[in-house]
Design a protein around this ligand. Structure first.
Ligand SMILES: Cc1cc2nc3c(=O)[nH]c(=O)nc-3n(C[C@H](O)[C@H](O)[C@H](O)COP(=O)(O)OP(=O)(O)OC[C@H]3O[C@@H](n4cnc5c(N)ncnc54)[C@H](O)[C@@H]3O)c2cc1C
Length: 301
């Protein structure tokens, strides 16, 4: 496509063709044209160029909640790097403010907050995404979620416009945010965390990490929870287990025996196999419990 050539010419060394299996935790997916963008201006320019020329785009964090198509992606995959992937923490009043780029690695940012004595991100130490992906998804665990901490988000719209949104305007819900509905890229975030006792914070963070190691199949590639918790319903893991899905396979994709809401890649699983397994799981739960499960994972291509 001529526009893709134009993008390659304009963004030069920021552009590469990457096997998406190397860019996602499921380790599945064909090739994608990836733009690693180091600043808001480049991000705004890339989005508005793609949008105005009708080229599909997808912003990818660590790919820890994404199923990339076997055929790859026929558009541009945007990642945030450089200044958009850093973070810093400083004191404010009786607490701490973290300023982070959307591409900043969540586990290391959360770890740094814990070490500094800032409390609130302990739940995120074991979530292998980026800050931007976590805000977009309103990631959460163990009673905490990103929405508890966000003061301000700097986001870039599909037309390249840059907006600053206060936490209350981010439309956070369960695994939901305004950024999903308005297709906005989270470029930067300010989080507020109260001061706590460093010893207690570190102990709590490592307790939660231990719990994850026991509860989840972390030794094989996966993308975390496949389905969302149904409103007022039991957890999807229980529904899937009751529906007899534990250990069910499609090729190398398997519903984990450790936690039924995880699909693991036993080696060479394809996106097509994962999709088939997701459909089988959904049908099995609907038949058994009358509940229609909705995916938490997102599709790239
Ligand atoms: C082992 C494991 C454990 C997990 N545990 C949890 C958990 O406890 N709680 C939980 O909520 N999730 C969990 N997850 C899922 C996942 O890590 C989170 O949803 C995470 O926030 C996704 O971040 P990411 O950067 O990897 O986003 P990606 O997976 O790359 O993308 C997910 C979605 O976010 C969008 N996105 C990414 N970056 C941006 C950005 N800067 N701006 C706008 N949109 C963006 C993408 O377009 C996509 O739609 C887990 C995943 C794994 C593999």
């Amino acid at each position: 496509m001529r526009v893709l050539q134009e993008i390659k010419d304009r963004f030069g060394s920021m552009v590469s063709t990457v096997p998406l299996r190397d860019a996602t935790t499921w380790r599945i997916g064909g090739p994608g044209l990836v733009l690693d963008l180091p600043g808001v201006d480049a991000l705004a320019e890339a989005l508005s160029l793609a949008e105005s020329t009708g080229v599909p785009w997808f912003v990818l964090g660590r790919g820890s909640n994404v199923l990339a198509a076997d055929e790859g992606y026929d558009g541009i995959v945007v990642r945030l790097s450089g200044r958009l992937a850093g973070y810093s923490i400083r004191r404010r009043g009786r607490g701490y403010v973290m300023q982070a780029g959307g591409g900043a690695p969540l586990p290391s940012a959360a770890g740094a907050a814990c070490m500094a004595g800032a409390t609130g991100l302990e739940f995120a130490c074991g979530i292998p995404g980026t800050i931007g992906g976590a805000v977009f998804m309103n990631a959460g665990a163990y009673g905490g979620s990103m929405s508890d901490l966000v003061i301000v988000v700097t986001a870039v719209g599909p037309d390249g416009s840059v907006v600053r949104l206060d936490g209350v305007d981010c439309g956070f819900g369960y695994r939901d945010s305004v950024f999903q509905r308005r297709r906005m890229v989270v470029a930067g975030v300010e989080l507020y965390m109260p001061e706590g006792d460093v010893f207690d914070i570190k102990r709590e963070a490592s307790r939660l990490l231990d719990e994850r190691r026991h509860k989840y199949p972390l030794d094989l590639p996966n993308a975390g929870s496949v389905f969302k918790r149904p409103p007022d319903g039991p957890p999807p893991g229980r529904l899937l287990e009751d529906a007899g899905m534990k250990g069910v396979r499609e090729g190398d994709a398997e519903v984990s025996r450790v936690h039924a809401n995880f699909i693991i890649n036993r080696g060479r699983a394809t996106a097509a196999e994962v999709r088939r397994l997701i459909e089988r799981a959904r049908k099995a739960v609907l038949k058994r419990s009358g509940i229609s499960l909705e995916e938490e994972i997102r599709y790239l291509g």
